[in-house]
Design a binder for this molecule. Structure first.
Ligand code: ADP
Ligand code: 5GP
Length: 205
């Protein structure tokens, strides 16, 4: 039996497009076990190198609206003209099995999760400077100038929501950002409410 915790921890990671979320998550997942990446549904087109079912589940607007109508989504939002959403089913199964689940979602979706899952852990990740964010978006070579401009404007707008998060991570170097997230997850694991079974076992309570 896993005596360390009963239910998995839901982790919400938000941050502007291009800050390095996917890069940091890939590095974190290569180091950490017992954590599941929630593959979102989106109506945006796949970028070069993205795989259906791995980075996202790529669906049509009609399919996405069907999921909304059937109430299958924990949360969803429209972001720069596309729908993005999190399916409830897999997350619930993983959390129930004691596996941590990480959502990479934008601020409107995070606000919905905060209302529905108050025990979730909310982490916001920022670049070391706005100029560096622009450099990373350009350096990725995946979006047009117009899309990049939209994403930079969105980044400014989203930054007004940072105070609603529990933790702020700065992605100057990937290894530093991963170390900070590891520290946050370890601290969360040590919360008294996550270790109830342990201390009750020790003291036969
Ligand atoms: P997001 O998932 O937040 O949209 P990506 O992970 O796709 O961002 O990263 C955007 C670009 O920035 C990629 O080209 C990636 O290689 C680069 N990048 C990510 N983290 C760093 C970092 N700490 N320093 C420099 N470049 C980075
Ligand atoms: P991108 O197009 O760069 O992959 O993602 C754009 C934004 O959508 C990012 O801020 C990302 O965190 C967010 N996003 C990805 N999946 C979801 C989701 O399921 N729900 C919500 N609300 N946002 C998401």
């Amino acid at each position: 039996m896993n005596r360390d915790k009963q239910r998995g921890q839901l982790i919400v990671l938000s941050g502007p497009s291009g800050v390095g979320k996917s890069t940091v998550i890939a590095e974190l997942f290569s180091q950490r076990k017992n954590i599941h990446f929630s593959v979102s549904y989106t109506t945006r087109a796949p970028r070069v190198g993205e795989q259906d079912g791995v980075n996202y589940n790529f669906v049509t607007r009609e399919e996405f609206e069907g999921m909304i109508a059937r109430d299958e989504l924990l949360e969803y939002a429209e972001y720069v003209n596309n729908y993005y959403g999190t399916s409830m089913k897999v997350i619930e199964e993983k959390l129930e099995a004691g596996v941590d689940v990480l959502l990479d979602i934008e601020v409107q979706g995070a606000a919905k999760v905060r209302a529905r899952c108050p025990d979730a852990l909310f982490i916001f990740i920022i670049p070391p400077s706005f100029e560096e964010l622009s450099r990373r978006l350009h350096g990725r070579h995946t979006d047009s100038e117009e899309v990049i401009a939209g994403r930079l404007a969105k980044a400014k707008e989203e930054s007004t929501q940072i105070a609603n998060y529990d933790y702020l991570v700065i992605n100057d170097k990937v290894s530093n950002a991963v170390r900070e997230i590891e520290a946050i997850l370890t601290a969360a694991q040590c919360r008294v409410k996550n270790r109830e079974m342990i201390y009750k076992g020790v003291f036969a309570l």
